[in-house]
Design a protein around this ligand. Structure first.
Ligand SMILES: Cc1ncc(COP(=O)(O)O)c(C=O)c1O
Length: 397
């Protein structure tokens, strides 16, 4: 079947909740994907920061094959060996003592929100349940996580929202201080905002949040669903900022493309959850966690963090050169291989033009071109993209 036939069938049978590009992708390898007609694309979207290892990484493929032949699923009533391995790997390489597994970023944040409330009820004075989140944040599409998301466009039509969230501007320490009161139990923040336009914190901001949380005895939750797993050049983004959160959420790339979510935390926090307080049927299932062990090991052992840092610096420098050439480029920003180029106009057509030239990129907030290539991308591939992008931008001037 050709693209047209697949797209017609999709329109007929699949709920129309996505505005899709006219592209049917059927194959991926490393930094490349192919459509049903065989056209090749360099992928700077990576399934929205899911395929950090590149498509179909051999270690992940092998782990999935081996686990699928052995044990695909058992209930969390029983001990699950790859789940134990993945949890110990994550704890070994982070601040955390314990991991809870689930299936998506929203579910990881939902769990973190529940844990913060439960912890507050058990360990804090008074009735504390409110969570401070940031304007322009994105935390997921379940009712609690979309309420946590500080962007009104995601709230429309879903009232009444979940009570207990308060929004403050990102990167504003005083606003956080002012927002904390006797009801606050936690701050939830993406260390770098992804969907909100690749917004990076100023020097010292995240460390100040840590201090504020310590002073007020509230929890600091980092949503690293998009920026975790090596995306910024370190396994976890918090490692750049000389501080540690109390809870950290992950999903997307944690299992190299297999659906998974998790939150990592300390013993003293997670002990607020007793058996039966929180659960997920598929959470930490053998197939997903076996893929996770392979994915995390590959990120750590195959030089991906080093490549991300090195190629990310080159990429940012090339984007900065472009900013000087095109007056409608407002800013370029990011860390490692999550990079954004803010335009003074809509970026939708640029994404389509790039696609025609064989490059997948994304646009968020309407005017921020976002680049999320696999962490194995080369300088040469970045240069190819820059050349194509310059050509496209020249035409739109
Ligand atoms: C920072 C962040 N948190 C949470 C989510 C939600 O993750 P999921 O779509 O897996 O529920 C996303 C998705 O883009 C995200 O970028």
């Amino acid at each position: 079947m050709n693209s047209q036939t697949w797209m017609s069938l999709s329109e007929k049978y699949v709920a129309h909740t996505y505005n899709r590009y006219s592209l049917v992708l059927v194959k991926g390898k490393g930094t490349r994907v192919w459509d049903v007609e065989g056209k090749e694309y360099l992928d700077f979207v990576s399934g929205l920061a899911v395929c950090n290892l590149g498509h179909c990484h051999p270690r992940v493929v092998k782990a999935i094959q081996a686990q699928a032949e052995t044990l695909i699923h058992v209930s969390n009533f029983f001990y699950i060996t790859p789940q134990i391995e993945l949890a110990s790997l994550l704890c070994k390489h982070s601040f955390a003592d314990k991991v809870f597994f689930c299936n998506s970023g929203a579910e990881a944040n939902e769990g973190a929100i529940k844990l913060a409330r439960k912890y507050a009820r058990e360990k804090m004075q008074g009735d504390r349940y409110e969570i401070i989140t940031m304007e322009r944040s994105f935390h997921g599409r379940t009712l609690a996580t979309l309420t946590a998301t500080g962007q009104e466009k995601f709230h429309k039509g879903y009232a009444p929202l979940v009570p207990g969230f308060k929004y403050v501007p990102f990167d504003d320490v005083d606003a956080v201080r002012k927002a904390i009161d006797g009801k606050t139990c936690a701050i939830l923040i993406e260390p770098i905002q992804g969907e909100g336009g690749v917004n990076c914190p100023s020097e010292g901001y995240l460390k100040s949040l840590r201090e504020i949380c310590d002073e007020s005895g509230i929890l600091l939750i980092f949503d690293e669903v998009q920026v975790g797993m090596g995306r910024t050049g370190k396994l976890f983004a918090y490692e750049h900022y000389d501080m540690e959160p109390d809870i950290l959420t992950l999903a997307k790339s944690l299992a190299g493309g297999v659906p998974i979510g998790a939150f990592l935390t300390r013993e003293k926090v997670v002990e607020a959850f007793k058996p039966g307080d929180h659960a997920s049927t598929f959470g930490g299932n053998p197939l997903a966690t076996a893929a996770g062990v392979a994915a995390v090991s590959a990120i750590l052992e195959e030089g991906m963090l080093e490549n991300c840092e090195k190629v990310g610096e080159h990429f940012l420098a090339r984007l900065e050169e472009m900013k000087k050439k095109f007056p409608f480029v407002q800013t370029v920003r990011g860390k490692g291989l999550i990079l954004g180029m803010e335009l003074k106009m809509d970026g939708g057509n640029i994404v389509k033009e790039m696609m025609q030239r064989g490059f997948l990129i994304n646009c968020t907030m309407g005017n921020v071109l976002r680049f999320l290539p696999p962490l194995i991308v080369t300088k040469q591939e970045v240069d190819q993209l820059i050349e194509a992008l310059e050509d496209v931008l020249q035409r739109v001037q």
